[in-house]
Design a binder for this molecule. Structure first.
Ligand code: NAD
Length: 555
């Protein structure tokens, strides 16, 4: 399959260029090129162009990748590169205020947006899935999702455990690109967190990067480590080799009840992601081509056992939630009728923040110099002391979150705050207080940028869960607002037909033109988010619109 065998990656190395020397005609192009290099450098399987989420790719294939690189190196201001599902399709003459790159990745017409159609098109190399942040070169490793994961744990602590997870047992699975953030986020929230992972190599990688503390020998060892940490109210993260579809039921059968349970295996993709019980990672890989139907049927059966155990924990009083991997949907299709009794994290814990346009904003030091991030950390603390979510996070993150690839930081900033920070950083670049320009971007899972009825927009107050106009409007608004890169993505693999989202990137190169781009794009991006929730009738969004002068029409 195309996801397996792209043309040769032999002799390629996956580093990032740092420093101040330009290979392109300007920092806007150079910034985007460094971001493309970065998603591969911190990605899960760069030799296959796979960045994260089992099959989220940076480019369609190596010839596409190489042509994108060559184009970024040679294109001028006033030109716009078009990318269709990871393949560069041409260069247009536009104008210096237009985006440099416009992308549409993995968008299928409604009735065709199904996993089997996607796999067939992928096999014929006509499409590829960009994940959310892989295909548009915004991924920054596990650190990109870590504040989201931490915020969920923090909200659970507030709502259910008197504000602290100290002495609490969190059970989860999946230590991949995104799931790898869980052990560190759990530890930062003071919990004792157990992460089940079927692939030893992923456990080793998280240990190496400092995201995970210890690897348990077996379940007895794992539970003993967790119990000891709980007794001492000591934060701790334990990785356990094993299959979640076996380990969750085994823990339940022992009558051990965690306080919080979730999962971040790649359950959304039965072909490239989820490994069925009784199968090694290598066996699952071999079955992908030898007998894909058998692999997918076995995966679904395992997910049924996995989710039944999650429901068992929930009935016993644990706080259980779906962490955005479609596991409930897969289980329901396998016959677990009550799978959706498990709530989704976004509705349960994050929607009040999204209503105010607060979401996973991030910035990347294109210099490669960690001191640039430290200066911006100081700036955030100085400018937004009243934003407790961001200020607490920055203090914790600078002490505990290791950088991966280009130094980067994520902070959940809201409407107006992002613009203020972007302009202040651009001023620092202009005054040479930073070593080089800085790129600003955000996750697609942001207020105005995603329609995903089983994750982001589940149970919207007005029933508008499946309306995908919002991310499309968001992307067009970002083009109209002069962003440097704008992308529209839809789901691939098991996510086919489940979602549409938009991504945006800006390069603060210290120029007056960048001031204009940052002012318009960062402001209008979150404004569409506030409008989306105000339109659905959320009081917090209506209040935010009133307070911040977002001109939303109430009809
Ligand atoms: P990934 O493919 O990099 O990692 C998935 C991990 O799960 C792998 O390490 C794999 O070995 C492991 N795994 C697979 N089957 C298993 C099983 N049965 N038992 C134990 N481990 C198993 O994916 P990722 O980037 O970490 O993303 C994980 C999931 O989270 C995806 O479905 C992704 O779409 C979703 N996601 C959610 C959010 C969010 O905001 N909540 C963000 C990004 C991704």
């Amino acid at each position: 399959m195309a996801g397996e065998t792209t043309t040769s990656a032999a002799d390629r190395t996956f580093g990032v260029t740092t420093g101040t020397a330009l290979r392109c005609r300007g920092w806007r192009q150079e910034g985007l090129l460094r971001l493309l290099e970065n998603v591969l450098a911190v990605g899960e399987a760069p030799e296959r162009l796979v960045v994260y989420a089992a099959l989220g790719k940076a480019a369609r294939d190596w010839p596409s990748h190489d042509r994108i690189v060559e184009t970024l190196k040679t294109m001028k201001e006033g030109e716009t590169l078009l990318v269709q599902s990871g393949k560069p399709i041409g260069l247009l003459a536009t104008h210096p205020r237009a985006p440099l790159v416009i992308m549409a990745n993995c968008n299928l017409v409604g009735q065709w947006a199904r996993a089997e159609v996607f796999y067939e098109l992928e096999r014929r190399n006509l499409i590829c899935w960009g994940g959310l942040t892989a295909g548009d070169w915004q991924y920054i490793g596990s650190q990109g999702v870590i504040q989201g994961t931490y915020e969920i744990f923090a909200r659970i602590a507030e709502r259910h455990f008197g504000g602290d997870l100290a002495g609490r047992f969190v059970l989860t699975a999946g230590l991949g690109g995104m799931g790898g953030a869980q052990p560190l986020a759990g530890r930062m929230a003071n919990a004792a967190i157990l992460c089940v992972e079927v692939d030893e190599a992923r456990i080793a990688r998280r240990l190496e990067t400092g995201y995970l503390e210890v690897r348990a020998r077996d379940l007895d060892d794992a539970l003993a480590l967790v119990r000891a940490a709980q007794a001492e109210r000591r934060p701790c993260s334990v990785g356990l080799p094993g299959n979640a579809a076996d380990v969750y039921p085994a823990i339940l059968a022992r009558g051990v009840f965690p306080d919080v349970v979730t999962d971040q295996t790649s359950a959304h993709d039965l072909l490239y992601g989820y490994v069925p019980s009784g199968c090694s990672v290598e066996e699952a890989r071999a079955l992908r081509t030898a007998d894909p139907q058998r692999l997918m049927a076995a995966g679904r059966q395992s997910i049924v056992a996995h989710v039944r155990a999650m429901l068992g924990f929930m009935r016993a009083g644990a706080v259980v939630f779906d962490n955005g991997n479609l596991i409930r949907t897969q289980a329901k299709q396998g016959g677990v009728d009550d799978a959706f009794d498990i709530p989704i994290f976004s509705e349960a814990f994050l929607r009040p923040l999204f209503c105010r346009g607060i979401g996973p904003f991030r910035w990347v030091a294109l210099s490669g110099d960690p001191a640039d991030i430290a200066h911006i950390d100081d700036l955030v603390l100085e400018r937004f002391p009243a934003n407790r979510v961001a200020a607490d996070w920055i203090r914790k993150a600078r002490a505990q979150v290791p950088f991966q690839g280009l130094p980067a930081r994520i902070a959940w900033l809201g409407h107006g705050e992002r613009t203020e920070l972007g302009l202040a950083v651009n001023e620092m670049v202009r005054q040479r207080r930073l070593a080089a320009p800085v790129a600003f971007t955000r996750d697609h899972l942001d207020a105005g940028a995603m329609a995903h009825p089983n994750i982001m927009t589940e149970r919207m107050r007005d029933g508008s869960d499946a309306v995908a106009d919002w991310p499309l409007i968001n992307a067009m608004v970002n083009c109209a607002s002069m962003a440097d890169l704008v992308a529209i993505h839809s789901g691939g693999g098991g996510y086919a037909g489940y979602m549409t989202s938009a991504g945006v990137t800006l390069v603060a190169d210290g120029s007056a033109a960048a001031d204009g781009r940052l002012r318009l794009s960062l402001t209008n991006d979150t404004a569409t988010g506030v409008m989306r929730y105000a339109d659905a009738g959320y009081e917090e969004a209506l209040d935010e619109a009133r307070r911040k002068g977002v001109r939303h029409f109430r009809l």
